[in-house]
Design a protein around this ligand. Structure first.
Ligand code: MF3
Ligand code: CO
Ligand code: CO
Length: 297
């Protein structure tokens, strides 16, 4: 077994002077050789490492960045417009029509049977709220989650909007959830692990008496909507996949005022807090750079 494995590995091995596998047109020894050797050592210690298919090329990253900026521009354009009396299916229509008019496509529409172009998750809805003919009320907090396909690339981002004048608790939850996202992002750099992101997020949420949803997480993204790895937002530091330059994934912590436990409605999508407490979420698509992180969205 071991010998067979070794032989298989040898066949795949590049020589130092071959072109690198990553498409950089550089010699392997001047590109990924050292990183690969480090990854091999980690893998032997039983640590989960990314496969080469999770490392994006520069031109793929350019495309993903454009898709992310498109999604971001939609969220920007909604600032100041999310007011009491507005229906969430109206927001969905705006985003759908604008996206199509620009030659892009809303990734959520018909995704695994999802019926709309965006998710609108109000108050105790944790995620995947379906836009509907329901008017936003003064004091609601709502997450709007937009994923766009532009030139075949996916960009996924979401943020919270305050409707009218939410309670101090609701405002606090929204703010802490935002801090959780940015503290998580600060943990992104080569050879850190997804657990480092997760741990940092959970510590911050817990410090404010809030909990972190476990049933959903971030995900690789870019060439498809949901790719490997799964990005959990809770748990210990030394866990999950090792990060490598040019991996692209989302961080999207869902923070609950009460229990972390969730339930999903019979529609198969709408997910709520099990205890009816408020929930807030912010999401960015990020790229691991050679010494840190780039927020693509
Ligand atoms: N945009 C969501 C995410 O952050 C996924 C929504 S899937 C949908 O991963 F079908 F509900 F739109
Ligand atoms: Co996402
Ligand atoms: Co999203």
């Amino acid at each position: 077994m071991l010998i067979g494995h070794k032989e298989a590995g040898t066949i795949n091995k590049l020589n130092r002077n071959d072109f690198c596998w990553c498409g950089s047109q550089k010699k392997y020894k001047k590109c990924h050789l050292e990183l690969d050797e480090k990854l091999d050592r980690l893998e032997h210690e039983g640590i989960e490492v990314p496969g080469r298919e999770l490392i994006k090329t520069e031109s793929q990253i350019d495309g993903i960045r454009k898709a992310c900026q498109f999604s971001r521009s939609i969220l920007d354009s909604l600032e100041g417009k999310i007011v009491p009396g507005l229906r969430t299916d109206t927001i969905d229509e705006w985003v759908h029509d604008y996206t199509i008019s620009q030659g892009a496509y809303p990734a959520s529409l018909n995704y695994r049977g999802y019926p709309r172009s965006i998710c609108t998750s109000i108050n105790d809805v944790v995620c995947h709220g379906i836009p509907e003919p329901r008017e936003l009320q003064d004091g609601d907090i709502v997450n709007i989650d937009v994923t766009t396909i532009l030139d075949g690339y996916y960009g996924d981002t979401s943020r919270m909007y305050l409707v009218g004048d939410p309670s101090p608790l609701a405002r606090k939850l929204v703010e802490v959830a935002r801090e959780c996202l940015y503290l998580g992002i600060e943990q992104v750099k080569p050879f850190n692990r997804i657990g480092d992101i997760a741990y940092t997020i959970e510590q911050h949420a817990n410090a404010h008496g809030f909990s972190v949803v476990r049933d959903y997480g971030g995900h690789g993204v870019g060439l498809q909507f949901h790719e490997e790895p799964f990005v959990h937002h809770y748990g210990p530091r030394e866990s999950g996949m090792v990060l490598m330059p040019n991996m692209v994934f989302t961080i999207e912590p869902m923070i609950n005022a009460g229990t972390y436990k969730c339930r999903t409605l019979a529609d198969g999508w709408t997910t709520l807090t099990a205890d009816g407490s408020l929930s807030a979420q912010w999401e960015h698509t990020v790229r691991v750079t050679f010494d840190g992180v780039e927020i693509l969205s």
